[in-house]
Design a protein around this ligand. Sequence first.
Ligand code: GLN
Length: 201
Amino acid sequence: MTKLRIGVLGIQGAYVRHADILSLVGAVPVIVKYGKQLEDLDGLIIPGGESSTMTKMMGFRIAYDDILQFGKFKPIFGTCAGLILLGKGISDPRIHQLELIDARISRNAYGSQKDSFVDDITLRFDIEKPYHAVFIRAPQIVSVGDSIRVLAECDNIPVLVESGLHLSASFHPELTGDARIHRYFIQKVKEIKNGEKNDSV
Ligand code: GLN
């Protein structure tokens, strides 16, 4: 079977390690810097970084609408700043959210850079072994709609959620060398590509 081609939005932030893990789980990573590159991708990761800078870059190198259109039909995995961009509810003119998932997000809700932390969470799809989640100036998911499936929580707050086509985490899953979440995303992309999942936004 031909390998899945998964883009990693490479306009700002922590995109390189995502590409390494995608190779590890058998996908072809593509660092996406221009809208045209989205055309032959099966899925996309929006990495952590700085959501205000990413918003700015989206109006410059890659069109906001290109990503929005992509996300209407194909899976996106948003991590940290990527979660901020996938969600809704932020009233800061510097952040242009895609509103592809029904989750309200609060930026920097765990505190500043020095309040970054690591905690063990349980993945609902693989409960045997704890997952070390790295939270860096992380956003918080403050409320979720009915379409959201919570896949992991930390102190009773959702930190990994699935909604229709998309997956989102408030932490950095590319930093621990534990590929289980990327593998989960790849499986989801595969099922959607093969028409086994009939999810829409
Ligand atoms: N605090 C950052 C933002 O608001 C997100 C941090 C991260 O992606 N690690 O965009």
